[in-house]
Design a protein around this ligand. Structure first.
Ligand SMILES: [Zn+2]
Length: 273
């Protein structure tokens, strides 16, 4: 059986280990990943255009190495604070960032919108509420153009998942919304939002044993000053080996998390090749 490990969330940066990180993913057996723009701390006049174009250039270099990728573009929830500091209207700026990303996706240059949602640290109530307005705007845009939506949020309990599910149902569809950096215990919550787990050994085992649908990600941030954060770029292909060594029905498990579920969510043919 041909195993094609898919990492559902990676940042790759020319300022980081860049293609060396991709090679270490590939050498471990990795086949494809979701490349997400990195929230750079620099905010120029055309922030989102510059950021997205940079990500698309990185994407081209990655494809040249024979790796299939999904490209995810969008404003990062904590961008809010930067625009605020610059005395710009964060909601307008970030909606504009969504519009630019949606246009690139509709032009066929990228695949998904993200990471959208709430800051993962405590913020004033009005910022949380504004973030929700931006998120709803993103859901509506994704609904209009049938785009997969990748969420970045704080750790969520049952009530928060319920709320997110209700918003997705009202403004989009629950099966087109995914929570990245989810915790394995989230899988025991009765909720239809797809979860992507950070692929530690423990999380991967918990995910498999839950028998629920999930994806695996390294959430690799490719920062020289924070090496191997969140976990190293070769983690997901290593976990594929681990699954193969532990579970008799590994073929079904791997096909589900690397092919079937990603195909259902992203609708890209390479998942079925
Ligand atoms: Zn994130």
């Amino acid at each position: 059986m041909h195993v094609s490990p898919f990492d559902n969330f990676m940042h790759i940066r020319p300022e980081g280990h860049f293609l060396e990180a991709v090679k270490s993913f590939k050498n471990a057996g990795g086949a494809s990943f979701n490349l997400v723009n990195f929230p750079e701390g620099t905010y120029g006049k055309n922030h989102y255009i510059d950021l997205y174009e940079k990500t698309l250039r990185v994407g081209k270099s990655i494809r040249n190495l024979g790796i299939n990728i999904i490209i995810t573009l969008g404003p990062y929830p904590a961008d809010y604070l930067h625009f605020q500091q610059k005395e710009l209207n964060p909601v307008d700026e970030m909606k504009n960032g969504i519009d630019i990303a949606v246009k690139l996706i509709n032009d066929g240059r990228a695949d998904a919108l993200g990471e959208i949602g709430y800051p993962h640290f405590n913020v004033d109530n009005y910022i949380y509420e504004d973030s929700e307005k931006i998120m709803i705007y993103a859901m509506e845009k994704c609904r209009d153009y049938d785009i997969p939506l990748i969420m970045h949020t704080e750790d969520m309990d049952q009530n928060k998942y319920k709320k997110l599910e209700n918003l997705a149902r009202k403004y989009y569809r629950t099966d087109r919304v995914l929570k990245h950096h989810a915790n394995p215990q989230d899988l025991s919550i009765d909720n239809s939002i797809l979860k992507s787990l950070v692929a530690s050994r423990q999380n991967t085992r918990a995910g498999v044993e839950s028998k629920k649908d999930f994806l695996l990600e390294s959430d690799y941030t490719d920062q020289i000053e924070k090496p191997d954060k969140v976990i190293p770029p070769y983690s997901v292909p290593k976990r594929a080996e681990m699954i193969k060594n532990i579970y008799d029905n590994y073929e079904d498990i791997l096909f589900r998390i690397f092919n079937e579920i990603p195909y259902k969510f992203y609708k890209k043919d390479f998942f079925l090749e």
